[in-house]
Design a protein around this ligand. Structure first.
Ligand SMILES: Cc1cc2nc3c(=O)[nH]c(=O)nc-3n(C[C@H](O)[C@H](O)[C@H](O)COP(=O)(O)OP(=O)(O)OC[C@H]3O[C@@H](n4cnc5c(N)ncnc54)[C@H](O)[C@@H]3O)c2cc1C
Length: 327
């Protein structure tokens, strides 16, 4: 039986089998039936680009659970089921007076994927909050708990996305939140936008971020997309200094392992902002976002992606890589 796979890019793709489980025990019972098959664990499909139908089983968690599990003077640890919508968790934390997740407001997707993708926005990443990730091994059904330091977190990257790709289902994530508000306003012009607010708190930061995101990002219901299509490249300091001579206005951020250049700026400089190739295009307001202009296939989006990558490489000598998972 074929089942359509939901994805925010709005690409038509089907799987041979779709299985949803409500508990770790149920998943353990499913695991033996998966052996010898292609398996893809999905969340809400907001970071997937299907280039063809999926010839195998698609798994989806329906583990819905949110509860604080311990506390000390400063922090609260909250255990959350993988199927909880990420932004519902952010709203829940703020409603309870706990801070830490507010800068990650309105990121689409589910809690399970937050730990795989190491989602990030406005200077905060999921790794800053994750205490541990509970998983089931999809080969033998064994349970494993990964502590934060075992997840190899880096920019939009984790052990689940690379070394152990496809091997584990994330079932629960425990986040450590703060009982008092610790603002993170150093990204972009967030501070400027909030500093005049006399009652600055996590709820106010969330509200502002929602406002900014709604004004800048396309709504997948109206225009298929998966958020930032490319990761921002990190170049060596020597490469950066050489580029800066040629492009003195190039924006950049110093990071511990080099200099990060906004991929959106590089793409814009190549003249791609707002342009279309086939039925895929580059969003008018933000060149980092590739969009489905209506009826695009995954292959059309990939063709656009490859063309942009080549243009950026030709012009700047920088390789940019997709953040979106190509399936
Ligand atoms: C409009 C828009 C804006 C966005 N903005 C941001 C942003 O600001 N910052 C950011 O970081 N991302 C952003 N994204 C990308 C996306 O929201 C995140 O990558 C999100 O974490 C994907 O969640 P998902 O549940 O949709 O996962 P999916 O897209 O379904 O899956 C993503 C990956 O996680 C794996 N996975 C999912 N669930 C599980 C599980 N339970 N166990 C094991 N593996 C699993 C999948 O196999 C896949 O590799 C944006 C996307 C859109 C459409």
């Amino acid at each position: 039986m074929y089942r359509r796979i939901d994805n925010t890019f709005g690409i038509e793709a089907k799987a041979n089998r779709w299985l949803e489980y409500r508990s770790e025990d149920e998943l353990r019972r499913i695991v033996p039936t998966l052996q010898g098959e292609h398996v893809l664990h999905v969340g809400a499909g907001s970071n997937l680009l299907f280039t063809k139908d999926f010839d195998g089983t698609v798994l989806h968690s329906d583990i819905r659970f949110v509860s604080p599990v311990s506390m000390d003077a400063d922090s609260v640890w909250v255990r959350v089921g993988a199927a909880i919508v990420w932004d519902d968790f952010v709203a829940y934390s703020i409603a309870n007076g706990w801070s830490g997740a507010e800068n990650l407001s309105l990121i689409p997707g589910e809690v399970g994927a937050s730990a795989v993708q190491n989602i990030g926005a406005y200077g905060v990443e999921a790794k800053d909050l994750i205490d541990q990730v509970e998983c089931i091994n999809l080969s033998d059904g064994t349970r494993r708990v990964f502590l934060n330091e075992e997840c190899n977190y880096a920019y939009r990257s984790s052990i689940f996305k690379h070394e152990l790709k496809g091997q584990y289902a994330v079932t629960y994530v425990t986040y450590r939140l703060k009982k008092s508000f610790v603002p993170h306003l150093d990204y972009g012009n967030l501070r400027e936008q909030l500093v005049s607010n006399p009652s600055l708190n996590a709820a106010a930061v969330r509200q502002k971020i929602i406002e900014i995101r709604r004004s800048k990002l396309p709504d997948p219901e109206e225009l298929g997309n998966a958020g930032s299509f490319f990761m921002n490249p990190i170049v060596t300091r020597e490469q950066f200094e050489a580029l800066r001579v040629a492009y003195p206005l190039m924006p950049y951020y110093d990071v511990p392992n080099g200099v990060k250049i906004p991929a959106g700026w590089l793409i814009e400089q190549c003249g791609w902002k707002g342009r279309t190739l086939g039925r895929a295009g580059v969003y008018e307001k933000q060149a980092l976002i590739l969009v489905n202009r209506g009826g695009a296939t995954g292959e059309e989006v990939v063709r656009l992606c490859r063309t942009i990558q080549q243009d950026v490489l030709n012009k700047f000598g920088i390789e940019i890589h997709a953040e979106v998972n190509l399936i």
